[in-house]
Write a protein that binds this ligand. Structure first.
Ligand code: 5AD
Length: 364
């Protein structure tokens, strides 16, 4: 099957409501996932190392303006211990995530990365916001393997409305993703689905952009209103014509995940925590059956975990830090899949700065 879909086809699928037709989309996404990345579900231990943030994103509970949130920043020993736990649980990767926190110094973090790379077999993924190129290069030189920076939306107007700039610094996430690739990182991005003001056409555009950028990892979750944020307390940005507004539903997330799998066949795509939050019963399983092949179990120490409240009622807040041995492996096995071994990076990747079209020939 030719995986490429035209913009019009993507848009039609996003608007599709007929359950039988949607079954066809799930089937195609699942088949592509199986052929391209196999039956493994790769686990990445997620460590939320600081909830300080200097930004004012209109949707996120970590925003600087949320004075109700108690703040924490993990010490180096705590971060290393959490990484070690990820290795002991057999996960191939540790993801260090935080708000955009300059209290996490570039040099301090480089030390921690070096220690993790020197003393464990883990791949290190960073998700630390829009840091300067010098920081990104330093961390790469220290051994960091991957970087995650979501676009959130490719709609420039909506993006600017919900991401007030930091000082006079220009915000160019697509540019930063390209630079990360040039610095030698595997690069991940993604979006929230159902942001107030987000249209079907813009989500179709997001999916096309995932392909154009040849992203290695793509995280897609529903927008979940947070009451302590402008977008969570009824303030509506960009009132969209009603039938153009993308709903922040589970179904909309599955459609976006499935289409993303068709457009970026060998990408690593998680069933996100936000998806698990709006369907705690089987959101993860349905995600894995409709295109996803990754999960990021939370390994943040319990005393900090409830403080990393980017949105309310996050899944796994109360879970112990060993889901790999408990319910998670059962969930994975229950749908005929298995936990992935090794680092679980993108297969067949060549170190190159070539665009996706040239690169595809290297994948043969
Ligand atoms: N609802 C859903 N996802 C959110 N994120 C931040 N705030 C919210 C929210 N209210 C997501 C963003 C960010 C990721 C770490 O968490 O997509 O990139």
């Amino acid at each position: 099957m030719n995986a490429t879909l035209s913009p019009a086809e993507i848009l039609n699928w996003l608007r599709e409501t007929d359950p039988q037709r949607l079954e066809e989309l799930w089937r195609r996404a699942d088949e592509t996932r199986r052929n391209q990345v196999g039956n493994a579900v790769h686990l990445r231990g997620l460590v939320e190392i600081s909830n300080y943030c200097g930004r004012q994103c209109a949707y996120c509970g970590l925003r600087l303006g949320n004075r109700k949130l108690g703040r924490y920043r993990m010490r180096a020993e705590e971060i290393f211990a959490a990484a070690q736990q990820s290795a002991e649980l057999g996960y191939g990767t540790v993801v260090l995530q935080a708000g955009e926190d300059y209290g996490l110094t570039a040099g301090g973090l480089a030390e921690i990365i070096r220690q993790i790379k020197g003393e464990t077999p883990l791949a290190v993924t960073l998700s630390l916001g829009e840091r300067p190129d010098e920081n990104l290069k330093l961390w790469r030189a220290a051994g960091a393997d991957r970087y995650l920076l979501r676009l959130e939306t490719s709609d420039r107007n909506l993006f600017e409305e919900i991401h007030p700039p930091l000082g006079d610094r220009e915000c160019d996430r697509v540019g930063m993703l390209r630079r990360l690739r040039n610095f030698g990182y595997e690069v991940g991005s993604g979006i929230m689905v159902g942001i107030p003001g987000q249209t079907y056409a813009s989500v179709a555009n997001d999916i096309a952009l995932f392909r154009e950028l040849d992203l290695d990892m793509i995280g897609i979750g529903p927008f979940i209103p947070h009451p302590e944020t402008p977008l969570g307390n009824g303030l509506r940005f960009f009132p969209t014509v009603k039938h153009e507004q993308v709903p922040n539903t589970e179904l909309m997330v599955y459609k976006t995940v499935a289409l993303t799998r068709l457009m970026r066949p060998d990408a690593n795509i998680p069933a996100t925590t936000a998806l698990a939050t709006i369907n705690k019963k089987n959101g993860r399983e349905l995600g894995w059956q409709r295109g996803a092949n990754v999960f990021m179990p939370n390994l943040t120490p319990l005393k900090y975990r409830r403080l990393y409240e980017i949105y309310p009622n996050k899944a796994c807040i109360a879970e112990r830090g060993d889901p790999g041995h408990g319910c998670l492996s059962l969930r994975i096995q229950s749908i005929g899949r298995h936990i992935g071994k090794g680092q679980g990076g993108r297969r067949k990747r060549q170190p190159t700065t070539a665009g996706p079209d040239q690169k595809e020939s290297c994948h043969a």
